[in-house]
Each structure stands twice: as C-alpha cells, then as structure tokens.
Design a protein around this ligand. Sequence first.
Ligand SMILES: Nc1nc2c(ncn2[C@@H]2O[C@H](COP(=O)(O)OP(=O)(O)O)[C@@H](O)[C@H]2O)c(=O)[nH]1
Ligand SMILES: [Mg+2]
Length: 189
Amino acid sequence: MKNISAKFIKGVIGTNEILYDGKFQIAFIGRSNVGKSSLINSLVMKKNLARSSSKPGKTIRLDFFLINNKFYFVDLPGYGYSKVSAKRYDDLRKMILWYFLYSEIKNRMAVLIIDAKIGVTPLDQEMINILKENKIDFVIVANKIDKLKMGQKEKQLKKIQAECNGLKIISYSSITKEGRKELMKEVFI
Ligand SMILES: Nc1nc2c(ncn2[C@@H]2O[C@H](COP(=O)(O)OP(=O)(O)O)[C@@H](O)[C@H]2O)c(=O)[nH]1
Ligand SMILES: [Mg+2]
C-alpha cells in the first residue's frame, strides 16, 4: 500500500487565509464522540494525527491536515454533545453553519459520520439538510460498525439507508478497518 503523507497544518477559529488557498477541502463532521478523530487517523494510518480527545466537545477549532501535499482534511468540531453548555453548543453550531453556509469556500466535500448503532439523530438530519440545501457533495459514514452483531448489522444499515433517502452510506470501523478502502476512494487517497 502506498504511503500517505499527512501533517497537521493549523487549527483555525473563524476566517483564515488557509480556507481560501484554493486547495480542495474534505470536511469531516459528526456528533462528538462519534469516532471522527479515530476515523481520520485510521484513514491515513497515523495513530495520533487527529488527537483522539478524551474530553468530547473540547475542540472548537477547524483543524487542517494536509494530505499528500495536495488537499486538506478538515476536522470540524463535533456537534450535539449533551455535556457542553448551551452557550458553547451554540458557538459550535454557529461555527459549523458558518463553514458550510457563509464561508464561500468553493472546492470541497463533506464526510458526515454517524454512529451505526444509534442511527440518524435529529442533529445528524439537520446537518444532512444543510449539506443538501447548499449543494455540498457528501458521503455518510455509518461508524463503529464493529459494535453491531452480524444479525443486527444488515437491519440497522437498511434502517439508516431509509432514513437517509437513498444517500450513499459507507459502513466503517476504525478498529477492524471495514470500509476503509471504499471511503479512501471517496476522499481521493
Ligand atoms: N468500537 C469502536 N469504537 C470506536 C471507533 N472509533 C472510535 N471509537 C471510540 O469512540 C470514542 C471516541 O472516539 P474519537 O475518535 O475521539 O471521537 P470524536 O470525538 O468524534 O473525534 C473513543 O473511545 C474511541 O476509542 C470504532 O470504529 N469502533
Ligand atoms: Mg475528535
């Protein structure tokens, strides 16, 4: 397997020149604790690239990682964690909305990560609607698929598929690496 280069460039809060340097941006979004950092790490095969935070809701920056010296992975703050204060949650939400709605970034796509076991939450649904309404290309990842038993897996994936109205779903696990090849194709590695 070819070597993937991945390096952390910077974390930004609000507008910054890196957002507009013309490189393609692949934004990873999802609820806090959904396994976003672990997924980014497992995609690029670096254990600690996107820090796997033990305190959900800690990250409020947009973290930029340069992949293969060509494009960025952007780690967005996780949304919808119950333990963050209402004010903080509002700030997180505003930042995510700003990034997708008002920042006017042209070259990008999104990877929306949901928990395979929990399924599509109202906040996930809201994100799906924002991406659709703003015509941003995206794929949905049903993460932590390793937590589902053989029998549950197919049933749960069908349910998620129905909730997402036929959007593309990739089942994934950072532990077993299921879905890694398929997701790599979507994100150009
Ligand atoms: N079973 C399982 N657990 C995972 C997986 N990915 C992440 N986790 C666990 O979920 C928790 C949150 O992971 P993290 O990557 O920090 O999530 P983030 O908050 O979305 O960035 C950690 O305890 C991880 O070990 C996965 O694919 N399968
Ligand atoms: Mg994280």
